[in-house]
Design a protein around this ligand. Structure first.
Ligand code: GNR
Ligand code: NI
Length: 174
């Protein structure tokens, strides 16, 4: 297992569309292990493979409140099969958009299917944070970021701030 570097905006790789996983083999399990370690290290509650530069439809998540009781979840080829017409608002953040938060409206509930860590087909009826988070993560697989739901003004301000912070950090590190 290894902690990987998380890409941040405006990296164009974050806009790529991720491809379906054909077989849940050793390589995919290794990727999921690296992703969960990277996510816990960040720390964050979810991570899509594209955030570490791998354009495959793989997501890891842990939304447990109690930090001592880990509950890692793995979703391969997730697909939303139903979403509620009722929307809810949640203040979202993203590891690829560091230190920026904004309210985003999404369908309150959703049902989705996926393959689990062992490649077995599963289905979940999600609400609350799980529903918000899986929609945020599936968006990543399609090259969509939460800032895309904001006004152009808010979006531009966030992109500017993150780019500036990134350049300042690079100056220190390099
Ligand atoms: O750590 C994260 N927190 C979060 C908070 C509200 C809505 C979505 C998220 S996901 C985010 C981690 C991340 O960037 N996943 O792609
Ligand atoms: Ni994100």
């Amino acid at each position: 297992m290894a902690v990987k570097k998380i890409l941040s905006i405006p990296d164009p790789i974050l806009r790529e569309k991720s491809i379906l996983v054909k077989k849940v083999d050793k390589d995919i399990k290794n990727l999921m292990d690296d992703m969960i370690e990277t996510m816990y290290n960040a720390p964050g509650i979810g991570l899509a493979a594209i955030q570490i530069g791998i354009p495959k439809r793989v997501i890891v998540m842990d939304i447990s409140k109690d930090k001592d009781k880990k509950n890692p979840m793995f979703f391969i080829n997730p697909k939303i099969i139903w979403k509620s017409k009722v929307l809810s608002t949640y203040e979202e953040g993203c590891l690829s958009i560091p230190n920026q938060f904004a309210e985003v409206q999404r369908p309150d509930k959703c049902h989705f299917k996926y393959l689990d860590y062992n490649g077995k087909e599963k289905e979940i009826k999600a609400e609350g944070l799980l529903s918000t988070c899986i929609q945020h993560e599936i968006d990543h697989l399609d090259g969509i970021l939460f800032i895309d739901y904001l006004s152009k003004l808010k979006k531009d301000i966030i992109i500017k701030k993150v780019s500036k912070n990134k350049k300042e950090l690079e100056r220190v590190v390099v």
